[in-house]
Design a protein around this ligand. Structure first.
Ligand SMILES: [Zn+2]
Length: 608
């Protein structure tokens, strides 16, 4: 703004050496009885030159709404190095570019205004900045400026908006990163970006939100970047729409609310840190409450500040006790969060993820990310910490791969309960699953296997999940676990039986389940049938021997095999002993039964 020596363009007041803008403020008060008179004189001065160039002065107020109407076409409206009480720029349409540099402003009101040539505010301090319901049709840049209050409610930024210095156009791409985030703005209180539309890119790199930021219902229709931004308390992006690439790389998000947020483009959270380690609860009497609980004065100030804005306060309180909430979030593209530190639990209940790429490190007592009731179509989940858990209760898990960077079976860190598998490749984890003996339900904590509540359903779903990807071996293993769990249920029911009839029914169910297990492992093991057959062929000769059958040596074995394989008891031995005849019949029955079972089992197994 001030590249060359500047000369005030305005005429001196009658009898004074200075114009209306530069006369000493006290003298100004003496000359003019009312502010309206000052305003009239300001208009007169601007009209005489056609310029708004207010540099190095102290003013009670200026009215840009009026001055902008009498300014020369294509001239910049410049305000610099000044202290101004109130700038009125509301309900106006600005055809001229407006630049404000190095100013201290108590109040800047520009609600319901339209900016057709751009707006730039830099190196300034503005106590109360109001730009709600406005329309900014050209680039808007806010650089190096401190805002106490900032309101941008329902404003449309139709060109890019940056809250830090822009990268100079001539910068080679390789050096672009050196510029990003320079001269970032600071917001002392929670700025309101509720319902704000960012239609052409929004840059918030390295912006410091000393309390937090409220982006409830905001729309990012083009790319947006919050790289290295800092949210002291937290951020509220509830109901926000991210329609293009979104970057939170390296950001400190604090308590993060992404509830009902839609990501239609890729969202990258790499190297971000989530959670503030604090909890926020009651809105009322938070001061006394918190002080009584020994929370430091500074934090109390923070939270009472936070609770001034109810929407933001509610958003943060609803995440209370967690680091972040992605409940009901829809992420229709890649969501990547690698090398992320989380100070607390993260929930993603009833959410949808097209492709997740996660690598989270938890620094808290509840190191869990829960996908309760969610759907994950695909992705990569990394387990980098022994105590970090991924909860898949009621979750639909698609083609997700699990990578463990620690020397521990990753399935121990995943809570599987009533999980629906739709494309999950169990075959990629043969070793791990065998190591768990296919007991995938629940999780392992401190060496103890904590079973899940609905084990039978869990294995039934795992079974059909394995079937879906044609992994019949895993299907068979999960079917066996399912049947075992059912037996355990029968055993429970036997204990709880109230009538003899119930008792008998449950007992018979239990026993037949046990029998299927012992005889053929629920028709999953022809080997087991074969062993029983061999056992029968070996055991019966001993019985025949005890019954003194008229045989000798190898004859017993031959007789046993013959009996085993004949449907009608063999007549290979002359005997009058009805006991021997009975045993032969029994062995023939068992033989027939086992052969039939073997055939059935082997057909089932071969089909898999
Ligand atoms: Zn002057």
């Amino acid at each position: 703004m001030m590249d060359e020596p500047w000369e005030c363009p305005y005429p001196e007041l009658d009898g004074f050496d200075y114009c209306v803008f530069h006369i000493h403020p006290l003298t100004r008060e003496l000359i003019f009885d009312t502010q309206t008179q000052v305003k009239i004189e300001q208009v007169r001065a601007v009209r005489s030159t056609g310029l708004v160039q207010i540099i190095c002065t102290t003013l009670r107020s200026i009215d840009l709404s009026i001055l902008s109407k009498i300014v020369l076409e294509n001239s910049q409206i410049q305000i610099g190095y000044s202290t101004i009480g109130e700038v009125n720029a509301a309900k106006s349409t600005f055809a001229n570019y407006i630049a404000i540099e190095d100013c201290r402003v108590s109040q800047f009101v520009s609600d319901y205004s339209t900016y057709n040539s751009g707006l730039r505010i830099q190196e300034s301090a503005i106590a109360d900045f109001q730009l709600s319901e406005a329309e900014i049709n050209r680039k808007a840049t806010f650089a190096g400026t401190i805002f106490r209050e900032g309101k941008f409610i329902d404003t449309c930024f139709n060109e890019t908006v940056s809250f830090c210095e822009r990268i100079p156009d001539e910068t080679p791409l390789i050096k672009a990163n050196d510029f990003l985030g320079k001269q970032a703005c600071v917001f002392l209180n929670t700025p309101l970006f509720m319902g704000t539309e960012f239609n052409a890119g929004a840059i918030f790199n390295k912006v410091k939100f000393q309390t937090g930021a409220n982006f409830n219902h905001a729309e990012f229709n083009s790319g947006c970047s919050f790289e290295d931004a800092e949210f002291q308390i937290g951020c509220h992006f509830g109901f926000a729409e991210f329609n293009d690439e979104t970057s939170f790389v390296g950001a400190e998000l604090g308590t993060a609310n992404f509830e009902k947020t839609n990501f239609h483009g890729p969202a990258i959270f790499d190297q971000a840190s989530i959670g503030s380690g604090r909890t926020y609860s009651k809105r009322h009497n938070v001061r006394n409450h918190a002080l009584a609980e020994g929370v430091s004065q500074n934090e109390v100030e923070c939270s009472s500040n936070l609770l001034d804005d109810f929407v933001f306060g509610d958003g943060i309180v609803s995440v209370a006790g967690k680091a972040a909430s992605f409940d009901n979030t829809q992420a229709e593209d890649l969501m990547k969060a690698r090398k992320v530190d989380s100070e607390g639990m993260i929930t993603a209940f009833s959410a949808y993820f097209y492709f997740l790429n996660l690598g989270l490190k938890f620094e808290s007592s509840s190191p869990t990310i829960s996908f309760y009731g969610s759907e994950i179509d695909g992705g990569i989940i990394r387990i980098s910490d022994e105590s970090s858990f991924y909860e898949w209760v009621n979750t639909t898990v698609g083609d997700v791969s699990i990578i463990s960077s620690i020397d521990r079976n990753p399935f121990k860190n995943i809570l599987i309960e009533n999980t629906r598998f739709n494309g999950f490749e169990f075959s990629d984890y043969r070793e791990e699953l065998r190591d768990m003996d296919w007991n995938i339900d629940g999780y392992v904590h401190d060496g103890e296997h904590e079973h899940s509540d609905r084990r039978e359903t869990t294995y039934a779903k795992a079974k059909s999940g394995a079937e879906r990807v044609g992994d019949y071996y895993a299907e068979s293993q999960f079917f066996i676990r399912e049947q075992e769990c059912r037996r355990a249920t029968h055993a429970e029911k036997i204990k709880d039986s109230e009538t003899v009839r119930q008792y008998a029914t449950n007992l018979s169910k239990y026993l037949s389940n046990l029998f299927y297990d012992i005889s053929c492992k629920y028709a999953e093991s022809p080997k087991r049938v074969f062993y029983w057959s061999v056992a029968s062929i070996i055991i019966f000769p001993i019985i025949y021997r005890c019954l003194n059958a008229p045989l000798s040596g190898i004859g017993y074995l031959i007789f046993s095999i013959q009996s085993f394989t004949s449907f009608i008891p063999s007549s290979g031995v002359e005997t009058s002993s009805s006991l021997i005849m009975l045993m032969t019949s029994i062995q023939a029955f068992i033989g027939t039964f086992l052969i039939a079972l073997f055939v059935a089992t082997i057909i089932r197994t071969v089909k898999r």
